[in-house]
Design a protein around this ligand. Structure first.
Ligand SMILES: N[C@@H](CC(=O)O)C(=O)O
Length: 471
């Protein structure tokens, strides 16, 4: 980065020396060094992660102000600066690459510097006058990256779940449950091993999707309970050095109020700071959802395959021309995109697992990777499920003639004859039907295995495909 010139810069000083900082910048010298050290991915911190860090800084400023650890006026200025960032201002000032200093110290100092400089301006002072408000001594009073960042990952994940994933899952569940009702009488051939199996109802296939998704939502909600237990107040190593005795409880209470969610201090700060288990747990629940979502999106693609040479049991809503060369082609693009996002979530989960296992003694320095991968996982899954619901699931149309024809022609219907003519006789009927093209009905009657009347009762597709209790 080239140094700014003339009145365009201010001089800031840290333990390594002096540097020129662009006069307009709210970040400071430690952020500048991190920008230079980590030109890695070009990916800046996720807005939700910035929100999480800034919410924590607001809570710590209020707690430390109330406890007399920092000046009241400074506490109020930091809290106001935090509110401005939360309202969307200064977002371009959070600039450190996601692959950065272990533990997240660079991003953390970026947050401390932006809030200190904006708080200085709020008090009518100049940016960079750290004698008055210091990023380290005031904004970061009684805190360390080591307790702030694991807390920020918790808060960021909770925000992302609440704002993105849960509403999307609710919309998708509602969409497939509506389809379950709409398709309740539509009989289709079941398929196991990708071979003809006994008939089912298309509506039940969608009811199953709904149940699968709502079970995942419960699993994720259960896993996320761990995120509400905070190591904030442990400072550098979990002992709480430099914190007021009442700080832990007070900051958790203030953060709970800001989040409108019950958060509590961990029974053992060191454990909550060192162990990444809560993140692995949530990520595992996301991976689990992703795996079933892949299954569902693949099922949709299979059932929609065609239009002339595939199953075409359902029609997914066409949302864009599919081909750059083949006219009139509409591809199941929403389902395709869903699978890709799910693979990414599974990749993030593998990276999170490796990072989580790399803690040493008092700290796991791999937290920046966990922060990005976990929050991004939640958000891309949420965004995916949201558009999958509105642009695909809600508009699915059944091709009931096609499903009926497949179901009627399926050899697996002989399964219903097992209890009447025995498995071996039924297998012989199926084989003859496959070899000769004659219908199952015809062969059973020819062989005198059942009366026409009994056969009609047994080969009743509606009865065969009914779920117990659903008629
Ligand atoms: N991660 C730092 C602490 C901090 O940045 O506050 C360390 O343990 O050295």
């Amino acid at each position: 980065m080239s140094e700014p010139t003339g009145a365009d810069y201010r001089i800031e000083k840290d333990s390594m020396g002096e540097r020129q900082i662009p006069a307009s910048a709210y970040y400071g010298i430690q952020t500048l060094r991190a920008i230079e050290n980590f030109p890695i991915s070009g990916i800046k911190p996720l807005p939700t992660y910035v929100d999480a860090c800034v919410l924590i800084k607001k809570a710590t400023a209020i707690a430390n102000g109330e406890l007399g650890c920092i000046d009241q006026e400074i506490s109020r200025a930091i809290a106001r600066a935090a509110d401005e960032v939360l309202a969307g201002k200064f977002r371009d000032q959070f600039v450190v690459d996601i692959y950065q200093a272990g533990a997240g110290t660079s991003h953390h100092m970026n947050v401390n510097e932006v809030l200190a400089n904006r708080a200085l301006e709020i008090l009518g002072d100049e940016k960079g006058n750290y004698q008055r408000i210091s990023p380290n001594d005031d904004v970061n009073y009684g805190q360390s990256t080591n307790d702030v960042i694991p807390t920020a990952i918790r808060i960021g994940a909770l925000l992302a779940l609440e704002h993105t994933l849960y509403p999307a899952l609710e919309a998708a569940i509602e969409a497939v449950e509506n389809k379950a009702v709409e398709f309740k009488d539509i009989v289709k051939s079941g398929r196991t091993h990708m071979q003809d199996a006994v008939p089912v109802r298309l509506g039940e296939s969608f009811r199953a999707f709904g149940q699968i998704l709502s079970d995942h939502m419960t699993r994720i909600e259960t896993a996320s309970l761990d995120l509400t237990v905070l190591g904030l107040g442990g400072s550098a190593a979990g002992t709480g050095l430099n914190t007021h005795p009442q700080y832990r409880a007070r900051v958790a209470k203030i953060l709970s109020e800001l989040m409108n969610q019950t958060l509590q201090p961990a029974p053992h700060m060191m454990a909550a700071m060192q162990s990444m288990a809560p993140f692995v747990n949530v990520s595992g629940a996301l991976r689990n959802l992703a795996q079933d979502l892949i299954k569902i999106s693949h099922d949709l693609r299979l059932m929609d395959s065609g239009p002339k040479t595939g199953l075409k049991e359902i029609q997914l809503p066409p949302v864009q021309p599919g081909s750059s060369i083949m006219p009139g082609k509409y591809n199941p693009v929403m389902a395709e995109m869903t699978s890709m996002v799910c693979f990414q979530v599974m990749g993030y989960d593998a990276a999170i697992a490796m990072a989580a296992s790399a803690g040493q003694l008092e700290l796991n320095v791999m937290m920046p990777l966990i922060a990005y991968d976990l929050i991004h996982s939640i958000e891309i899954l949420g965004n995916t499920i949201n558009v999958l619901a509105s642009r695909c699931l809600e508009g699915i149309v059944a091709n009931s003639d096609r499903t009926r024809a497949y179901a009627e022609g399926s050899l697996a219907l002989v399964t219903a004859l097992n209890t009447h003519i025995g498995y071996l006789n039924a297998a012989a009927v199926a084989k003859e039907s496959l070899d000769t093209g004659k219908s199952l009905r015809e062969i059973v009657l020819e062989r005198g295995l059942m009366s026409q009347e009994d056969l009609a009762k047994v080969l009743d597709l509606e009865k065969m495909s009914a779920m117990p209790g659903n008629g």
